[in-house]
Ligand binder design. Structure first.
Ligand code: NI
Length: 175
C-alpha cells in the first residue's frame, strides 16, 4: 500500500496471445497460493495491466447452500483479462477482506452482493458469469486493484479495520 502502481488505473491488454502474459499468470498463481490468498491482480506484482486471477472455493462460500445455489457462489481458479463488472442488484453484503498489498490487516467491506462479470480467459475466449457471495466479493476486490482502489478505500466504518491477529475478537461476533 503506497506504491504508485497500486494507485493508478491499469492499462487494457491488447494482445492476449503474448507469451509474457502466460509467464506472468504462472508467477501470480504461485504468489497467490504461497500467500494462501483467494485472488491477485497484476498491479500487485507491479504490472499495471488489466489482469486478475481468483478462486472462490466452496469452503469460502456461505454455509448451507444447495448445489444449485452454490453454482453462482463458487469459481475454480480463473484468469480474467480486461474484466468488466455489472452490478445486478442494490443489495449489499458485508464481509471481512484481506489483501497481500495491505499485509497484517483485515477490514469489513460492504459490496454489491450480486454481479455479472465479463472478460477474456488466457485462451482469448470470452468469460461471462454471474457471481454472488464470496465469489462476487473476490472479483470486485481484484478488479478494484485495476482502478487503483484498495479495500480500505471502500470501507465506511474504519473501526472495523483491524489487525489479523485480533480477528478472533470479531469472527464469532459477525459469523
Ligand atoms: Ni487485494
Amino acid at each position: 500500500m503506497g506504491h504508485p502502481v497500486l494507485g493508478q488505473r491499469a492499462e487494457q491488454i491488447t494482445d492476449v496471445t503474448d507469451p509474457e502474459l502466460r509467464r506472468l499468470v504462472e508467477d501470480m498463481v504461485m504468489t497467490m497460493i504461497d500467500a494462501n490468498g483467494a485472488g491477485l491482480a497484476a498491479p500487485q506484482v507491479h504490472e499495471p495491466i488489466r489482469l486478475v486471477i481468483f478462486q472462490a472455493p466452496i469452503s469460502r462460500a456461505d454455509p448451507g447452500l444447495s448445489e444449485a445455489e452454490a453454482y453462482d457462489h463458487t469459481a475454480s481458479l480463473t484468469v480474467l483479462i480486461n474484466p468488466e463488472i455489472e452490478i445486478l442488484s442494490d443489495e449489499k453484503e458485508g464481509g471481512w477482506e484481506g489483501c497481500l498489498s495491505v499485509p497484517g490487516l483485515r477490514g469489513w467491506v460492504e459490496r454489491p452482493a450480486h454481479i455479472r462479470y465479463r472478460g477474456l480467459g488466457l485462451d482469448g475466449k470470452p468469460i461471462e458469469r454471474v457471481a454472488k457471495g464470496f465469489h462476487a466479493r473476490v472479483v470486485q476486490h481484484e478488479c478494484d486493484h485495476l482502478d487503483g482502489i484498495l479495500y480500505p478505500q471502500r470501507m465506511t466504518d474504519l473501526t472495523k479495520l483491524i489487525f489479523e491477529s485480533e480477528t478472533k475478537h470479531w469472527l464469532e461476533q459477525n459469523a
